[in-house]
Design a protein. Structure first.
Length: 192
């Protein structure tokens, strides 16, 4: 989205905060994503698109102009605070899908805009990334509606990911099984 102008969601020629580009979220194939940034010190933070084949990071630098990020290109920018890093005590990139999804084919870049080899947290669980790909902890990428990617030892960008909703029939089957179990328990109680 930051670099490919043939992408229908191309953000344009200037690096931007997520909230400036998609204030109501980004919807693709019926899944709506809201991204946000935070930091341990609870000062300003927003998810941030960095160009140069980097990806989505976090900006914790404010700018004098209201509504402008201090990480955006231009006068007074802090170009070193646009990935998920230890700025302000440690940053977190949050992806909120509003419904349970599984993430696959996820890819991370490092602060030099090349494939990450290092470590980060996914929903509070340490994972290792090699050549941009998660090598352990795949279970932390499934069955949630909110995913938090936080700094531990490596500065990173979320470069890409494939997302799929968790099939509803499985959830419906569990619900029907629970109702059946309640009916059976009620029948046993009447019989006793």
């Amino acid at each position: 989205m930051a670099d490919n102008n043939s992408d229908p969601n191309f953000i344009g020629s200037v690096e931007k905060n997520w909230s400036d580009v998609f204030p109501g979220g980004l919807t693709i194939d019926g899944i709506t994503l809201n991204a946000s940034g935070s930091n341990v010190n609870q000062t300003f933070a927003d998810a941030f698109f960095d160009k140069g084949n980097a990806g989505l990071g976090v900006c914790s630098t404010t700018h004098g102009s209201i509504g402008s990020s201090g990480c955006a290109t231009g006068t007074g920018s802090n170009t070193s605070d646009d990935n998920v890093q230890n700025s302000q005590g440690g940053e977190t990139l949050t992806l909120d899908f509003g419904k349970t999804v599984n993430i696959s084919d996820i890819f991370f870049n490092d602060d030099g805009h090349v494939a990450l080899s290092g470590g980060l947290n996914i929903n509070g669980n340490a994972v290792t990334v090699s050549n941009g790909l998660v090598t352990n902890g795949f279970e932390f990428l499934s069955g949630s509606s909110v995913y938090n990617f936080s700094y531990t030892q490596s500065q990173f960008y979320l470069a890409s990911a494939t997302v799929a909703p968790v099939p509803l029939p499985a959830t419906g089957f569990l619900f029907l099984s629970a109702l059946g179990g309640l009916g059976l328990a009620r029948r046993r109680r009447k019989a006793a």
